[in-house]
Design a protein around this ligand. Structure first.
Ligand SMILES: [Zn+2]
Length: 280
């Protein structure tokens, strides 16, 4: 148990650093290499296209970063619960990172807080995702996915323009990494070139994982469930219609929240409820 907790704490420190490094690398590749190469400044007609791509990329990246900040700024902690670390009994069936309390509350051992309607602990933000920041977390996933897939498209365009690699055959992308790695070891491909190819696969991986994760979260929210509940074999607590469940999480100004990271959830019913006694 101690070793697993240590691993989770290490992951909690490394994952945010990985996120910010990947964000910085993506930003530098876009403005330092992709846009100047794909849209050379000599072509006047291409300036408008370059500007459009820069605006779209900045919009996606700022939304991803903004929702990241909102997820951290509005944590899902339950304000009425005192910070008392519950003692686990030897036969405690709880997960390694959280201790279940009554009334939909969990004590997160990584955040050291009581979390209302806890969904999961997100290692990339270093925070628990619960009722208050679920909306920002979902938008963070959507915009991270869009930023990565957009970067992938521009990365492929950069390889086509700079190195005349044709991606007409879908197999070209699949064989790009193994071939580039092989050529790297015999000196045919430089380190920065191999790094760019690896980044293409990183963007594809993160883009698809975030998109899939986002769909799962929206489905759980619509059902009025949290990820913790199916894990514990608990049925959905909410019998409200899906529209009402979505409005609870996305707030009344959800339309504005879709295009800019603003606060759309004003009140939190859970934080005003009286805390229940612990189960163990
Ligand atoms: Zn947590």
């Amino acid at each position: 148990m101690f070793a697993r907790m240590l691993k989770l704490r290490l992951l909690n420190a490394v994952a945010p650093a990985y996120f910010f490094t990947a964000t910085a690398v993506t930003f530098i590749l876009h403005f330092g290499f992709f846009l100047p190469t794909i849209f050379p400044s000599s072509g006047e007609s291409l300036k408008g296209s370059a500007l459009l791509h820069a605006v779209v990329f900045l919009f996606l990246m700022l939304n991803a970063l903004g929702n990241y900040i909102m997820t951290v700024k509005y944590p899902a902690e339950s304000a009425n619960d005192p910070v008392i670390i519950p003692a686990c009994s030897p036969d405690c069936s709880d997960r390694v990172d959280a201790h279940y309390l009554l009334n939909g509350r969990h004590f997160c051992k990584l955040c050291k807080k009581v979390i209302f309607k806890r969904d999961h602990h997100c290692f990339f933000t270093g925070n628990c995702i619960g009722n208050r920041n679920m909306r920002y977390f979902i938008m963070f996933c959507i915009y991270t996915s869009c930023t990565c897939l957009y970067s992938l498209v521009l990365g492929v365009a950069f390889l086509t323009v700079e190195y005349a690699i044709s991606f007409e055959n879908p197999l070209t992308f699949l064989t790009l990494l193994p071939l580039s790695t092989g050529y790297f070891f015999i000196g045919g491909v430089s380190g920065p070139q191999l790094f760019l190819v690896i980044m293409l696969y990183v963007w594809l991986g993160i883009g698809l994982v975030c998109a899939g994760f986002c769909c799962q979260q929206v489905l759980l929210v619509a059902r009025g469930q949290t990820w913790c509940q199916p894990q514990r074999g608990m049925p959905a607590q909410s019998r409200s219609p899906w529209r009402s469940n979505l409005r609870d999480v996305f707030g009344t100004r959800w339309g504005l929240g879709l295009i800019w990271p603003v606060q759309t959830v004003e009140t939190c019913a859970g934080d005003t409820a009286e805390p229940e006694p612990h189960t163990e």
